[in-house]
Ligand binder design. Structure first.
Ligand SMILES: *[C@@H]1O[C@H](CO)[C@@H](O)[C@H](O)[C@H]1NC(C)=O
Ligand SMILES: *[C@@H]1O[C@H](CO)[C@@H](O)[C@H](O)[C@H]1NC(C)=O
Ligand SMILES: *[C@@H]1O[C@H](CO)[C@@H](O)[C@H](O)[C@H]1NC(C)=O
Ligand SMILES: *[C@@H]1O[C@H](CO)[C@@H](O)[C@H](O)[C@H]1NC(C)=O
Length: 368
């Protein structure tokens, strides 16, 4: 569950890597331009009421964003639920439709593994790209193993998203691509479409390469309470700790005067980075942020990392802070900066955060 809370936030709003070219070619803006060009011939000029026009447009935009947000919310909920129901099984065998392997055959003309026959039809809405409107496909970066148990399990439970993708598209036919990027590295895209490797046979696209902080910023521009947990166990020595410091500093950059925060370093013990401000959250104004940045330089790595107590502390502060009516009320998050695994702390998460899921957890382990 823990990692999962980080990965649901990976619903990125834009593609990176190879897919960028696809999205540039086939994005809604181009479709719009094309539609406009078609209309252009029959357009006539008339006097308009500018204010009324803007108001109308605002209402329409609001409606459009509301519908997009709604579609995303449905996906997030389905993903959380499906992941919660799923029991990880390291031996799980599961044939899924791999975006690169679909419709590929070997020398004997048999479908290759993870390929299989995948019906595709040109679709006007997707700029005549051949797509399958009932199923999504899964892309795994070339440097990862297609059948890695983590991937297979993730792909398996996220099959539940297919019906939500389809349903979202039925409810809002202006939607274009819907997708899910997992912290494990796979990328599920709807509608299903075939991916072609570059001339070297490689698909470098990795949905995790998106800058984590842009997702985070998009996810939480409203006032927020944030507890940053930094792993300072022995494994973080050297470069990792340097990156961790920079990461924390970048997180601070994303916080503004309306936000509240604190930073806790942990190994087998928890250490408030600023011991005088223990057990509370402070306003993320410039003075406080600069003050905390100075303390960051004093961190050093040793011992073993026990995340459980740190998480418990973070949940406790967030909870207390909210109960007393301080803080931002809007949203609360824990930012986890560690190179370690986090799955074994599911129990802490369940205890404090299930089923309401009020606090969002962003795990930044993939960048270390
Ligand atoms: C999508 O592909 C599957 C598998 O080939 C096929 O059964 C299904 O009919 C296709 N759906 C559409 C809408 O083409
Ligand atoms: C898709 O193809 C059809 C038939 O070839 C064509 O009439 C239509 O304009 C194309 N649509 C787009 C969006 O390219
Ligand atoms: C926080 O402060 C209290 C009182 O000064 C102290 O007892 C406690 O050990 C401190 N906790 C941490 C984690 O530093
Ligand atoms: C904070 O408290 C308010 C009022 O009790 C509640 O509605 C809200 O969901 C809480 N927020 C979080 C993030 O726990």
């Amino acid at each position: 569950v823990l990692l999962h809370f980080s990965l649901v936030k990976l619903w990125a709003s834009a593609f990176g890597g190879e897919i960028k070219s696809i999205s540039a070619k086939y994005s809604g803006s181009q479709l719009l331009q094309k539609k406009y060009k078609e209309l252009e011939k029959s357009v006539k000029v008339e006097e308009i009421d500018g204010v009324k026009l803007v108001k109308n447009l605002a209402v329409k935009m609001e409606e459009m964003f509301r519908r997009k947000a709604e579609a995303t919310r449905r996906l997030v909920e389905a993903a959380e639920e499906a992941h919660h129901q799923h029991e990880d099984n390291p031996d799980l065998q599961y044939e899924y439709f791999n975006a690169v392997l679909i419709n590929e055959v070997d020398e004997e003309g048999n479908n290759v593994e993870l390929g299989g026959e995948f019906l595709l039809e040109p679709n006007d809405h997707f700029n005549n790209l051949s797509v399958n409107l009932s199923l999504s496909v899964v892309q795994v970066p070339t440097n990862m193993y297609n059948k890695d148990p983590d991937i297979v399990n993730g792909v398996y439970w996220s099959e539940a998203l297919n019906k939500v993708f389809v349903d979202n598209f039925e409810r809002d036919p202006t939607l274009i691509w819907q997708y899910f990027g997992s912290a494990k590295g796979f990328f599920r895209q709807y509608p299903g479409v075939k991916w072609h490797p570059d001339e070297h046979g490689v698909i470098g696209f990795d949905c995790r390469n998106r800058k984590w902080y842009s997702m985070y910023i998009q996810a939480a521009t409203s006032p927020k309470d944030v507890v940053i947990l930094v792993d300072v166990s022995g494994s973080m020595k050297g470069l990792r700790l340097t990156i961790a410091r920079q990461t924390v500093s970048s997180i601070l950059d994303t916080l503004g005067d309306d936000d509240f925060f604190n930073i806790i370093a942990y190994n087998q013990e928890i250490h408030y980075v600023e011991p005088c401000l223990n057990g509370t959250l402070v306003r993320a104004d410039r003075t406080n942020k600069d003050h905390f940045r100075e303390h960051l330089d004093k961190l050093f790595a040793k011992g073993i990392g026990l995340l459980g107590d740190a998480l418990t502390e973070a949940f406790t502060i967030l909870n207390d802070f909210n109960q007393t009516g301080r803080g931002s009320v809007c949203s609360q998050a824990i930012m986890l900066v560690t190179d370690g695994a986090t799955e074994m702390y599911d129990d802490v998460f369940e205890k404090y955060n299930w089923p309401e899921r009020k606090v969002r957890l962003y795990s930044l382990s993939s960048i270390l």
